[in-house]
Design a protein around this ligand. Structure first.
Ligand code: 13P
Length: 250
C-alpha cells in the first residue's frame, strides 16, 4: 500500500531559532498523522531540525544536492554531507532552481543519481510554466522532464523517488490548479513513468501536487485518485496551517 506524503518546502525561510520554534509547535499537531510528514529545510537549519524532530514522526529533507561526490564546486553540498546529518529526502529540480539557477533536465538527472547513490530519497519536481500551459504544451513538458529526470535510473531505485507535480503558475500565486487539472496532469506523468518502468512500478510511485496547496484545498486535491501527497510552500511555514494540510483526511 502506498502511503500519502505531505512535505513542507520551507524554501529560503527560517533561521535556526525560527526552525526550533516552528518544529516545537508543529510536532504535537502532526503526531497523529496517517500520512508521511516531511520538512525540507535550508542547509543551515538541518542540524537544528535534526535535533528538534528527534522522537517525533517528522522526517527531514533538504532542498538540493550536488551531482558530484566532492570537489571544486563552490557553494554546493554533496549527498554524503546530507546523509551525515541524517537527511532522508532531498528536493531536486524545483522550478525555482530551474528558473533562477539554470537547472536543466540533465542536471536534475545527475543530481538525482548522486542522491540515490548517496542513500537519499528524492522528491523530483516537474511542472509547466503559464506560457507552456497556455500554448497547450503541458503534457509535452512534463513528459520531457520525467524522461530526462529519470534517464538511466534503475527500476529498483524508483521506490526511493517521489515525483512532485508543481505547475509553475500555481506556485506562490494563490492560484491552484483545480483538483481535476492536477489529477489529469498527474495521470499523464504516471503514464510516462509506466512507459519507462511498467504498470506496477508506475502505480506504486507516489506523485504529489504542489502549488498554493493549503488547509482549504488540501482535502479536495488529496481526494483525487492520482494524487498521493502534497509539496507545500507558504502554508508549511506556520504550524497550524501545515498541520491542517497534514490532516486533509480529517
Ligand atoms: P506554495 O505552496 O507557496 O505555492 O509553493 C509551492 C512549492 O513551490 C512547494 O515546493
Amino acid at each position: 500500500m502506498k502511503r500519502d506524503i505531505i512535505a513542507g518546502n520551507w524554501k529560503m525561510n527560517n533561521t535556526q531559532a525560527g526552525t526550533k520554534a516552528l518544529i516545537k509547535d508543529l510536532a504535537p499537531l502532526v503526531a497523529d498523522a496517517t500520512c508521511e510528514v516531511v520538512i525540507c529545510v535550508p542547509f543551515t537549519d538541518i542540524e537544528v531540525a535534526r535535533k528538534a524532530i528527534r522522537g517525533t514522526n517528522i522526517k527531514l529533507g533538504a532542498q538540493n544536492v550536488h551531482w558530484a561526490p566532492k570537489g571544486a564546486f563552490t557553494g554546493e553540498i554533496s549527498a554524503e554531507m546530507l546523509k551525515e546529518l541524517k537527511v532522508e529526502y532531498v528536493i531536486i529540480g524545483h522550478s525555482e532552481r530551474r528558473q533562477y539557477f539554470g537547472e536543466t533536465d540533465a542536471s536534475v538527472n545527475a543530481r538525482t543519481k548522486a542522491a540515490l547513490l548517496g542513500g537519499l530519497k528524492v522528491i523530483l519536481c516537474v511542472g509547466e510554466t503559464l506560457e507552456e500551459r497556455e500554448s497547450g504544451k503541458t503534457a509535452e513538458v512534463v513528459i520531457r522532464q520525467i524522461n530526462g529526470g529519470l534517464e538511466g535510473i534503475e527500476k529498483a531505485d524508483l521506490k526511493k523517488i517521489v515525483v512532485a507535480y508543481e505547475p509553475v503558475w500555481a506556485i506562490g500565486t494563490g492560484k491552484t490548479a483545480t483538483a481535476q487539472e492536477a489529477n489529469d496532469t498527474i495521470a499523464i506523468i504516471r503514464k510516462a513513468v509506466r512507459k519507462l518502468y511498467g504498470k506496477t512500478a508506475a502505480n506504486a510511485l507516489r506523485i504529489q501536487y504542489g502549488g498554493s496547496m493549503n488547509a482549504k484545498n488540501a482535502s479536495e486535491l488529496m481526494a483525487m485518485p492520482e494524487i498521493d501527497g502534497g509539496l507545500i510552500g507558504g502554508a508549511s511555514l506556520k504550524a497550524p496551517d501545515f498541520a491542517a494540510v497534514v490532516h486533509y483526511n480529517k
